[in-house]
Design a protein around this ligand. Structure first.
Ligand SMILES: O=P(O)(O)OC[C@H]1O[C@](O)(CO)[C@@H](O)[C@@H]1O
Length: 544
């Protein structure tokens, strides 16, 4: 039965019609306890979700919807290693990577936890060998810089979490991240490096990604062009991949390749060896805290009743806006400079997971699924796209994320940051009426001028937002925050009946891209190529 046939879904459709006449402003005015009922805390995170266009009835129906979609059972299936990524016949066990318990977790009858612990030990050993200077370059110098090459999940997690935890950097190594195949980036990064004190870390789950392989080949050529012997590759190149044979065939020394499992999705892989660059930046002890924060969120997700369950609440609110309020997108607004990359991280996590249109049995969905995710750091966004969020004709649910304290805090700056964060949520909720706008206009204007200007200044309000606060963004809290969004996405995928763990849609562009590359190199167009693509290739070839 499609989710749209369930009673909760039908009830929510009816409630949505009723809710259209309710403005949050009035809801707050008549219900002083609203914030108490619509706030929850766990794992050091506090979520105020009272500024949402929901009532108690709507919230109850959303919980019922999750029960009718059997979120609890699907959650257990994931945590216990069932092959829920059915189109790739794989388990989904990024949660095992941050499990510090002693219970076994079986995949195809094999307890995976000893391997998980062994990989953590390798991450620890590799980090300590570089931090202590034990691991030296071929000329005997200490490694000072790591160039981490990867893309997508093999780049966004490591880079953005390292950036977010800058106050926890150990300053033993400088870690540089390269993703794009645009040669400018790798050239710029290598131009500043000394081959004798640089280690290149190649991260690719599949070991089949063009950009990562080409960037690593360029780094290898740079290294050897410096006069380094081939034998030195083992000291200066390492890899992380689930395809260890391919890494070795590519020229990596076997003892410099750390494996990862195929039951870890790329966009869920920062907890695996793919997270090594994070450990290199913040130290293994802090990396373990990152894992422990996510473990705490896993335990909360597995045990908290749905109505008190942070990931379920965020997931269901997203479903309310996507399926009952015609929202197309969701904006993430971290009011913390170090978290400025978080929207980009969640973009891959959410859009590559739920940007799907088929249910498990293959039938096409007849309802909306994954939203467009975007965002930027606060207060910067206020001076660019918030105008549309406030006065545009579309609902854009927003997550405001704020640490209550920051390292080396300047109280004046931080109070201003917080005031803008909370003020934005209030303005979105409250809006400004025509009468309020008109009353403020200067006397000298005519009635027509006042009416016209006031109309332009009206802020409809009733715009939804969640506010996520926490004491400070330490590694534990960041781990919990990331796992919160992972499980939010999971809950939505279950409600929409899609497979959140494959990404078939990325393949065609790669195949056609290779055909275009062949045509660029040889001048021979692929027979099925359209005239536009052929013309673009011709233009490019002529310009070389
Ligand atoms: O780690 P890999 O296999 O190089 O893949 C990189 C990224 O490319 C994708 O497959 C998309 O093309 C992502 O899912 C993945 O995170």
């Amino acid at each position: 039965m499609s989710i749209t046939q369930t009673q909760p879904w039908q009830n929510l459709q009816a409630l949505a019609t009723k809710q259209a006449d309710v403005h949050m402003r009035d809801a707050f005015a008549t219900d002083p306890d609203r914030v108490k009922r619509f706030s929850q805390s766990a794992c050091g995170l506090h979520i105020d979700f009272s500024k949402n266009t929901i009532s108690d009835d709507i919230f109850a129906e959303l919980i019922a919807l999750a029960e009718s979609a059997d979120v609890a059972q699907k959650r257990t299936d994931m945590f216990t290693g069932s092959p829920i990524n059915h189109t790739e016949q794989r388990a989904v066990l990024h949660t095992a990577l941050r499990n510090f318990g002693t219970d076994p977790i079986y995949v195809n009858g094999k307890d995976i936890m000893p391997d998980v612990q062994a990989t953590r030990a390798k991450i620890k050993a590799f980090t300590e060998a570089l931090h202590s200077g034990e691991h030296k370059g071929y000329t005997g110098k200490t490694i000072t810089d790591v160039v981490s090459i990867g893309i997508g999940g093999s780049f966004l997690g490591p880079k953005i979490m390292s950036e977010a935890l800058l106050p926890y950097h150990q300053h033993k190594l400088n870690v540089h991240f390269v993703a794009n195949v645009d040669g400018c980036h790798i050239q710029d990064v290598l131009a500043q490096r000394d081959p004798e004190t640089t280690l290149v870390l190649m991260s690719s789950k599949s070991f089949g990604t063009q950009e990562t392989k080409q960037n690593t080949l360029t780094a290898k050529a740079w290294f050897l062009a410096s006069g380094a012997p081939q034998s030195a590759i083992a000291d200066h190149f390492a890899a992380i991949s689930s395809n260890v044979p391919a890494a070795v065939e590519f020229g990596m020394s076997p003892d410099r390749v750390i494996g990862m499992e195929d039951w870890v999705g790329g966009r869920y892989s920062l907890w695996s060896a793919i997270g090594l660059p994070i450990a290199l930046a913040i130290g293994y002890a802090n990396f373990e805290q990152l894992l422990k924060g996510a473990e705490a969120m896993d335990q909360h997700f597995q045990t908290a009743p749905l109505a008190e369950n942070l990931p379920a609440i965020l997931g269901l609110l997203g479903v309310w806006y996507r399926n009952f309020q015609d929202a197309q997108s969701h904006v993430l607004l971290p009011y913390y400079h170090y978290l400025r990359g978080f929207p980009a991280y969640v973009q891959q996590l959410d859009m590559e997971s739920n940007g799907k249109r088929n249910q498990h049995d293959g039938t096409a969905v007849d309802y909306a699924t994954g939203p467009i995710i975007f965002g930027s750091e606060g207060t910067n966004g206020q001076h660019s796209f918030h105008q549309l969020i406030h006065q545009g004709d579309t609902i854009i649910p927003a997550d405001f994320i704020l640490p209550l304290n920051v390292p080396n805090q300047d109280n004046t700056h931080h109070a201003m940051l917080a005031s803008n964060c909370f003020g934005q949520t209030q303005a979105l909720m409250q809006g400004k009426t025509f009468a309020e706008c008109r009353a403020e206009l200067p006397e000298g204007l005519s009635d027509v001028e006042k009416d016209t200007l006031a109309a332009h200044k009206v802020m409809p309000g009733n715009k939804p937002s969640n506010t996520i606060t926490f004491q400070t963004l330490d590694p534990f809290t960041l781990g919990a925050l990331v796992a919160l969004y992972e499980h939010k996405v999971f809950v939505q995928g279950v409600i929409w009946g899609v497979n959140s763990f494959d990404q078939w849609g990325v393949e065609l562009g790669k195949v056609l891209g290779n055909q275009v590359l062949d045509a660029i190199e040889t001048g021979t167009m692929h027979p099925a190529m359209d005239s536009s693509t052929q013309a673009l290739i011709e233009q490019f070839r002529t310009a070389q």
